[in-house]
Write a protein that binds this ligand. Structure first.
Ligand code: BJW
Length: 234
């Protein structure tokens, strides 16, 4: 069995990383147009760096939760049965990798990487970035940005993502509100391809009506239960 899993901020919520659109979420406290667009970064790089520096520090203090661990177990369990998990995350954290997932497509980038606007290289980055940091590849100063995908930018790895989606037997969306495209369109794409669809979320997402199966609850409980059911059935 080939499973395509799309994860969102809800999978990392119980690790202490904020979601975006819940009450008290990141976009309830900060204006995304001032922080998560290329225009915002050009206008006020100090402000944007401060926002991502704080989130990077928060991430480094966080730990994977039972939902991340269960998805790593699903990858290994499917592989042992001749199947495959394609794990596509909208999250910029590294909690799937730290829980043991070995192949993760980060369609909205990675907070622990920097991209140089001078040479185009990406580098691993765990410190505060700020406007005076130098690129480890080319040495240019003040040209680094967080390696994340802002509104109006094209998400990463889309060819591999759509190819994996087309080959899946099951599409499962976990902890995502289904409000940001193109990820929000994956469920409709899956349905058009005749792929079974499942949603796991705290509450019905914007796309809830498009899912064949719906499981509501906290990711730390609902995802392990889903993984057990999948692995027990094969
Ligand atoms: C729990 C839980 C618990 C809570 N357990 N659950 C139509 C078509 C195409 C594009 C567009 C379109 N209309 C508009 C657009 C443009 C735009 C867009 O979608 N805007 C919408 C707001 C309308 N999209 C873009 O600009 C994208 N680029 C693009 O479209 O390029 C064009 C193109 C595409 C394809 C081919 C060619 C060209 C880029 C989008 C970039 C998004 N960037 C951000 C920030 C990244 C960096 C950062 O982290 O700061 O990505 S925005 C933010 O939203 C972040 C997330 O990855 C993303 C999705 O959020 P997510 O994960 O769903 O979080 P929430 O908070 O919304 O939901 C959490 C859910 O968890 C909730 O439902 C809770 O109930 C649940 N939950 N606790 C389980 N314990």
């Amino acid at each position: 069995m080939r499973i395509f899993a799309l994860t969102g901020a809800g999978v990392s919520a119980e690790s202490g990383l904020g979601t975006f659109r819940d009450a008290g979420g990141i976009w309830a406290r900060f204006d995304p147009m001032k922080l998560a667009t290329p225009e915002a970064f050009a206008r006020d790089p100090d402000l944007v760096h401060a926002f991502y520096d704080a989130r990077r520090r928060n991430l480094l203090a966080a730990e994977p939760n039972a939902a991340h661990v269960a998805l790593a177990r699903l990858e290994a369990g499917l592989a042992a049965r001749g199947g495959e998990l394609f794990l596509c995350t909208q999250n910029i954290d590294d909690l799937h990798e730290r829980a043991g997932s070995t192949r993760v497509a980060h369609m909205h980038g990675e907070l622990l990487k920097a991209r140089c606007l001078a040479c185009g290289q990406t580098s691993r980055w765990r410190e505060d970035m700020g406007v005076t940091a130098s690129c480890p590849s080319c040495g240019e100063t003040g040209r680094l940005r967080p390696h994340v995908v802002w509104f109006g930018e094209i998400p990463l790895d889309l060819d591999a993502i759509f190819a994996a989606l087309a080959e899946a037997d099951l599409f499962v969306a976990i902890g995502t509100s289904g409000s940001v495209y193109p990820a929000a369109g994956f469920v409709a794409e899956a349905r058009a391809l005749g792929i079974r669809t499942c949603e796991i979320n705290l509450e019905p997402s914007d796309n809830a009506a498009l899912f064949d199966e719906r499981r509501y609850g906290r990711a730390s409980e609902a995802v392990p239960a889903f993984v057990e059911a999948v692995l027990a059935a094969r």
